[in-house]
Design a protein around this ligand. Sequence first.
Ligand SMILES: [Zn+2]
Length: 478
Amino acid sequence: MEKLSEIAAYLKGKGARFADAREHLFHEREIMTEDNRVEQITEQDISGTGIKVLYNNGWGYACTSAGDMDSLRGAADKALALAKYADRSAEVPVELAAEPRHTAKFATKIKEDPFAVKAGDAVGALLEAAGVMLKGKDIIKAVSSLVLRNMRKKYANTEGSAIETDIFTILPEIEATARANDEVKTRHYLPAPMNAGYEYFRGIDFKANAARIAEQAREHCFARSCESGPATLVLDPEHLSLTMHESVGHPTELDRVLGYEESCAGRSFATMDKLNNFRYGSELVNLVADNTLEGGLASIGYDDEGVECRKWHIVKAGILTGYGVNRELAHKMKMSRANGTTRATKYSDVPITRMPNLYLAPGKKPLSKEQLIADTENGIYIEGRGSFSIDQMRLNMQFGGDAFWEIKNGKLTGMLKNVVYNAISYQFWRGCDAIADESEFCRAGFITCGKGDPMQAAQMTHGASPARFRNIMVRRAK
Ligand SMILES: [Zn+2]
């Protein structure tokens, strides 16, 4: 930490308005099995230091994989030179929101270090799950995987902050593929990805879920196609994780809203003139950003601008009320502080505004998933994620799913196939007329959310209770 603080002081002495140095270790192990064999085990350790400088109104960024003082000073000089160069053509004055000085440590609460456990332990559990799936009738492939991450950072800036973080992430997944009735269908089981220790992985019931998804993959092969037309949908938390990610999370990143970031379906309909007056969803819809959520994939304590992570509403009682905001854009919102959403994936990446943990708050009235379905006369119940697309303003969207059931007179009457639905983002959320209570709340999440040029893959948690959406245009995909 001393070296990083020294670099920040060095840059301040050279006239930088603001500078920070971030030592960043990214350690990842990925284990994948296919059928009864190990398909691959990969391990990567990527470490180095990124240095960011604001000189007058120009930003510069440079990095080095070497940790000695000469290399760090060399990278600092490079970042400063780039900032001076950028300043010559800077057209907009940079106003950085204040942030208190933090001297802090933050770590994921773990009992068992995942990287201290031999890869063979996880291989055993994954192959066991595969064995159960392969016993299923007409199963032709069983894939199991586990991604483990450890991200360790030290951060120091010219404001005197000195922050250390140590984050552990676990993402397990299994899938079964069946071939029958001239169809091939794959069904997934994704336990919630968590920032947690290996004890979390040990607690997952793969066996029961392996048998279930193998059976459902086969059943899907015999399902009948859905009818096209307006329908009522009941969506499970894992499915909703993708819809909220694409139609709420990305369009409320303020850099996209203001046109600073346009890659990957890049801009946003949720413009600032709509703040606090635009009906994004029905009155039941509360979408909460929370980077303090224990075990959340974006719960990192402090972000890569030295800002303490926090919780706020993106949508409150259906109205657009907030964005993900970095220190440079906070003044546009008349916010005195940013909300802790700026992250870089690796040391060589420039920190950018990233989606926070984002969840749909559960309904306040007691309502189980079974009661929600029983209360739905006709509709389609969808679990899991399938293919999706969304336009560049994040308005016109289309989603599939992993498995679909017909609801008739309040009962699930059999699986459907080839279901996709289209909607305009806010019309979809306005159609929400029931959300199950918190006893049904489940988490899901992503570790490969792409943004930026060059692309960075970030991670965040989502969550929801099953919810019902009225008058959504369903189409038969085949
Ligand atoms: Zn994303």
